[in-house]
Design a protein. Structure first.
Length: 449
């Protein structure tokens, strides 16, 4: 890297001030990308169930993610990557389009409107007030809960934890019947390799090997390729046309009671998903100052703009990604990490076969490793004060048990307000916390989960 490049990065991202350098930031960006690149495949697959064109959604996913990452990196200077959110795309596909029978064009219009509301709220400082009004115990619980949520995603994706008809969840099998001879047991490689990768990350980290997470991901991917569990289907492919979804939003059927509720849900769910991710990842990176996030307004603007751009391009809501924590663990501290992810997202437009080659069980070790780091936030909760400890505990356990960051945070707000009130300490609850607790309780009651 030339001196002029280093000077440019220093000027844009204040690397020395944040105790980092360009090499570390780029490496962190690559790490984050490798843990979240699955979305460029999963999102088009999910949204194509609505009748949307797979190739167009693939392009929309890559470009909307890049836009979000560039704005977050250049404007807010945070190492947090954005992309169309898991969970929000499922709500879009299976609840709105599939369940309510809403055309996907109208659903895209609902996403677009939720993004516009986000932008307005960002300028009015409502979202900033919300984040800064969060009690410290809930902020720490959010970080710890995201750690558990990451771990569950990793274990589920690798087959280490599976569904169970009697106990809801259970341990996966490490040896399974052979397809050729059911009486012979063979190794079930995905969970085995996922745990092997986790041990490798821990070992490399213990000996302070730079790029431990990337090394583990690539090592497990190489082993998987050798075993025939994944394969490289070339390097370059033609970029599909985005025309089938570009600016296809239909606002005609948007303004009725049911669709207004849909816009509200998109807004509320993404509000809590993005808020939780921003707080949790920023805490892990040591970016919170007196419990608050500097330049929060700019970070929220990046999120809001990406939602609007994504809807126009043809994808569901774009949101900050909890996988950004992997880049933070690899040393990412500035927006150069996010910008690196954005560049790689654009590269996916031509190199999608390469991204497809990394299986979920190869990224699982990274997510487990991050889960360990983020759970440390729980030590900063005052466990001796039950009015602080109980809401924090509810926040932590509801994230993995409900499989939703947003629901975990919502339950944290609700229980915090109720417990403080019944214990005669209502004065400790800020007006913003009361407003959000009541709003989310109303959403659960009238609209369901």
């Amino acid at each position: 890297m030339t001196d002029s490049q280093n000077n440019l990065f220093e000027k844009l991202f204040k690397l020395r001030e944040n105790g980092t350098n360009a090499r570390t930031e780029i490496l962190a960006g690559i790490t984050t990308f490798l843990t979240m690149c699955y979305i460029v495949i999963v999102n088009p697959l999910t949204l194509s169930n609505t009748g949307m064109d797979f190739g167009a959604v693939f392009v929309a996913t890559c470009i909307s993610a890049a836009i979000g990452c560039f704005i977050m990196g250049a404007l807010a200077n945070y190492p947090i990557a954005l992309a169309p959110g898991m969970g929000l795309n499922a709500y879009f596909t299976y609840a709105v389009v599939g369940g309510m029978g809403v055309p996907w064009q109208v659903a895209l219009a609902a996403v677009f409107m939720s993004g516009i509301i986000f932008i307005v709220f960002s300028f009015l400082k409502v979202r900033e007030m919300l984040v800064n009004a969060l009690p410290m115990s809930l902020k720490m619980a959010i970080a710890a809960g995201i750690g558990m949520f990451l771990a569950l995603i990793a274990l589920k994706g690798a087959g280490v934890i599976v569904d169970h008809p009697a106990t809801l969840v259970g341990m996966g099998q490490f040896r399974i019947p052979s397809p050729d001879n059911p009486e012979v047991k063979v190794i079930n490689w995905p969970p085995v390799l996922a745990l092997l990768g986790f041990f490798l990350v821990i070992m490399l980290d213990r000996f302070r090997v730079k790029g431990a997470i990337i090394i583990a991901i690539l090592t497990i991917t190489a082993i998987a390729a050798a075993l025939g569990l994944t394969k490289f289907e070339g390097l370059v492919s033609a970029v599909p046309s985005i025309e089938p979804t570009f600016m296809q939003m239909d606002f005609n059927g948007l303004f009725n009671g049911s669709m207004i509720a849909v816009v509200f849900v998109f807004f509320l769910v993404d509000l809590f998903d993005s808020t939780g991710t921003l707080v949790g990842v920023s805490h892990r990176a040591g970016l919170l100052v007196d419990g608050k996030l500097p330049r929060l307004k700019k970070a929220l603007f990046a999120d809001s703009t990406a939602i609007v751009a994504g809807a126009a391009l043809g994808t569901s809501s774009t949101t900050p990604y909890i996988e950004s924590a992997s880049g933070v663990a690899a040393g990412g501290r500035t927006g150069l990490t996010a910008v690196t992810v954005g560049v790689l997202m654009l590269a996916c437009l031509w190199f999608s076969p390469l991204a497809k080659a990394v299986p979920a069980f190869a990224t699982a070790p990274a997510l487990l490793y991050i889960g360990v780091h983020m759970m440390r936030s729980a030590t900063e909760i005052d466990w001796n004060d039950m009015t602080e400890a109980a809401p924090a505990f509810i926040t932590i356990i509801f994230m993995p048990f409900s499989y939703s960051i947003a629901d975990g945070i919502a339950m944290g707000f609700i229980t915090y307000a109720i417990i403080k009130f019944i214990c005669g300490r209502a004065k400790e609850v800020t007006p913003m916390v009361w407003v959000v607790a009541v709003a989310w309780a109303a959403k659960f009651w009238y609209l369901g989960t």
